[in-house]
Design a binder for this molecule. Structure first.
Ligand code: FMN
Length: 194
């Protein structure tokens, strides 16, 4: 639990994603989960539209999620093999708590949809940060299911789309670091056009 500024800096400077398939339960209990979701909802949002939602898939619904993924895969990918189906069954039963991040932009609004989608991405980042701050590991994954019309219909209202599946739990092993971009590659100082 973070209780001072150096802990906050340390969290921001060292947080890493976990691979959802490597997560074990238990995920956050209801009190921790509510706190994580409140942190995620505390996200910059031009126009106060909160153009995103969090759909928690409780443990009791994981078998139903597996059925949905099998049905969608069979209907949408003729070439899907038993191995693909096995992977979906495993995905639906990954350890920890599953939160489906839904992008819910308000159409025909003066705030462009692009800005609303950026806010959704920020909410996803805050979800990972909130989880890390409470001592959990988290991972955000997408894949074909994110774009499947059948899976989308099961989680979204018309006009909404799945932004990702975020699993929050704990990993037994130390998380691997990944290469980070050199600041020189991603930072520029703007020069006025001459
Ligand atoms: C929008 C989005 C989609 C992602 N989809 C996947 C995915 O399908 N599979 C995967 O292994 N990781 C996925 N990731 C996670 C990244 O591959 C990787 O774990 C992450 O960038 C690690 O960065 P971090 O350690 O700074 O959190 C996704 C991340 C984002 C933001």
């Amino acid at each position: 639990m973070l209780n001072d500024r150096s802990s906050l800096l340390s969290l921001l400077e060292t947080r890493r994603s976990a691979k959802p398939r490597s997560l074990a339960g238990p995920g956050p209990g209801s009190e921790d989960l509510e706190r994580i979701l409140a942190i995620a909802a505390r996200t910059p949002d031009h126009g106060k539209l909160h153009p995103w939602r969090f759909v928690v898939v409780d443990e009791s619904q994981r078998d139903a999620l597996a059925c949905l993924l099998h049905e969608a895969l069979s209907a949408e990918d003729e070439s899907a093999t038993a191995a693909h189906h096995k992977k979906e069954g495993e995905f639906a039963h990954y350890g920890g708590t599953l939160v489906v991040l839904v992008s819910a932009p308000v159409p025909n609004h003066k705030i462009p949809v692009w800005e609303q989608e950026l806010s959704c991405g920020a909410a996803g980042m805050n979800l990972l940060l909130g989880a890390a701050a409470l001592g959990y590991d988290g991972g955000w994954v997408t894949g074909w299911r994110t774009y499947s019309p059948r899976v989308t219909a099961a989680f979204c209202e018309p006009g909404e789309r799945i932004a990702g599946f975020v699993f929050i739990g704990r990993t037994a092993a130390e998380l691997d670091e990944r290469p980070r971009p050199a600041l020189d590659d991603v930072v520029r100082h703007w020069l006025a056009p001459s």
